[in-house]
Design a protein around this ligand. Structure first.
Ligand SMILES: Cc1cc2nc3c(=O)[nH]c(=O)nc-3n(C[C@H](O)[C@H](O)[C@H](O)COP(=O)(O)O)c2cc1C
Length: 373
């Protein structure tokens, strides 16, 4: 039986356990997208707290349209790449592996220092309001339909950012195909209404994600870890379901994996809940479709809950999000049977906060000077 706190082999990486920090945007980078000391201390706290693998917040990939939030870090430029080196070293020194999540904001973009205009597969306005805790306000803008030339820029951007991640010392990259950002939008029937080769039925709508996986793999070689995160829900709509049920879900997952992935990371509001009206969870569908490791995420608060998901064979590793923000030492607490602190949304402000034990420097000042989108 796989044990939560026992080592796990992810490709060439020997992880000290199966507990993963879920990717969480904290909008705490410098305005020009460089990582800083605040973020180093933030990530190191989770490594010291016993997580086997940290997945970074969504990092933007190019200086065109990928940036989604002000004060989001990038891996688009050499300067941004170099700024990550001390963070990666600190995390490694504290015994955890570190994977960079690469993200293109797409229609959910609400702050970009490089371009005022933003792009998505089709000119479909996301529902709801921009996220205030990421510095946004009011409804989302309607994006422009991305052009063929700009799609090529997206692909090249992911490849270059992955190279930068490798050169900065990261152990791998995770392509953000979840939560309603650009790659997810291309896979979605609601957001991708294109009639060219980038749109069509559910398999045709994988064309961009597949091209990105291939370009990234070509850029970083066979040794470097390349994973992908998938969800049904979007930041702007938590009720969306992939059409086609379990069988089409299996085909999508298998097609993406065959393009060159080393792991899959599924996320849902509740990792254990059926992906569709009934039947297996999304991570269980992934486990049944592919032989690469599956990280599952969503709503896990305690070590007992996480171990139960492993026992049921629903996933190989468990990613912890909000409960980790409330307990940066979640794995140690799980091991020792210690009480977990309840997550509270107040913990998201000031930015880059993990539990009240850690005082974060300068965040109030930075928030006060942040410009609205
Ligand atoms: C503050 C915050 C920021 C997040 N940012 C990201 C992100 O950058 N990339 C991503 O894939 N998911 C992001 N998520 C989603 C989490 O990774 C996770 O899927 C979600 O919180 C559900 O898991 P949980 O119940 O363990 O928190 C974010 C969640 C929170 C609370």
């Amino acid at each position: 039986m796989p044990q939560l706190l026992e080592p796990f082999q992810l490709k060439q990486l020997r992880l000290r356990n199966r507990v993963v920090l879920a990717p969480m945007t904290r909008v705490s980078a410098e305005p020009e997208g460089t990582a800083n000391e605040l973020m180093r201390d933030y990530y190191q706290a989770f490594a010291e707290g016993g997580f086997g693998l940290l997945i970074s917040e969504g990092i933007y990939t190019d200086t065109a349209f990928s940036q989604g939030y002000l004060n989001q870090p990038g891996l688009a430029t050499d300067v941004q790449r170099d700024s990550w080196v001390p963070l990666v070293e600190a995390v490694h020194q504290s015994g955890a592996a570190f994977i960079a999540q690469l993200m293109h904001g797409g229609a959910q973009t609400q702050g970009n220092i490089h371009h005022a205009r933003h792009v998505a597969p089709s000119a479909v306005q996301p529902e709801g309001s921009q996220l205030k805790f990421y510095g946004g306000e009011g409804p989302y803008a309607t994006p422009a339909e991305i052009s063929e030339e700009e799609i090529q820029e997206v692909i090249a951007g992911f490849a270059q950012a992955a190279r930068h991640a490798r050169d900065a010392g990261f152990d791998g990259v995770e392509l953000h195909g979840a939560n309603g950002y650009l790659l997810h939008e291309f896979m979605s029937a609601e957001f991708n209404q294109r009639t060219d080769r980038w749109g069509g039925d559910y398999q045709a709508r994988l064309t961009l994600p597949l091209a990105v996986i291939k370009a990234v793999r070509d850029a970083v070689g066979e040794e470097f870890i390349v994973g992908m995160r998938l969800s049904q829900i979007m930041v702007t709509n938590s009720h969306l379901k992939w059409e086609g049920g379990v069988e089409e879900a299996k085909t999508r997952i298998a097609m993406l994996t065959a393009a060159g992935l080393d792991y899959l990371h599924t996320t849902e509001g509740d990792a254990a809940a059926p992906a569709f009206a009934e039947g297996p969870s999304l991570s269980a569908i992934a486990k049944a479709s592919v032989s690469i490791p599956v990280i599952g995420n969503g709503g896990v608060k305690t070590g007992t809950q996480a171990q139960q998901l492993l026992d049921k064979g629903e996933m190989d590793m468990v990613a912890i999000g909000k409960a980790a923000l409330a307990n940066h030492d979640w794995p140690i607490r799980a091991r020792d049977g210690d009480q977990m602190t309840e997550f509270d949304f107040a913990m998201l402000s000031p930015m880059a906060t993990v539990t009240n034990e850690l005082a974060w420097r300068g965040t109030n000042d930075r928030q006060a000077t942040r410009q609205p989108v």
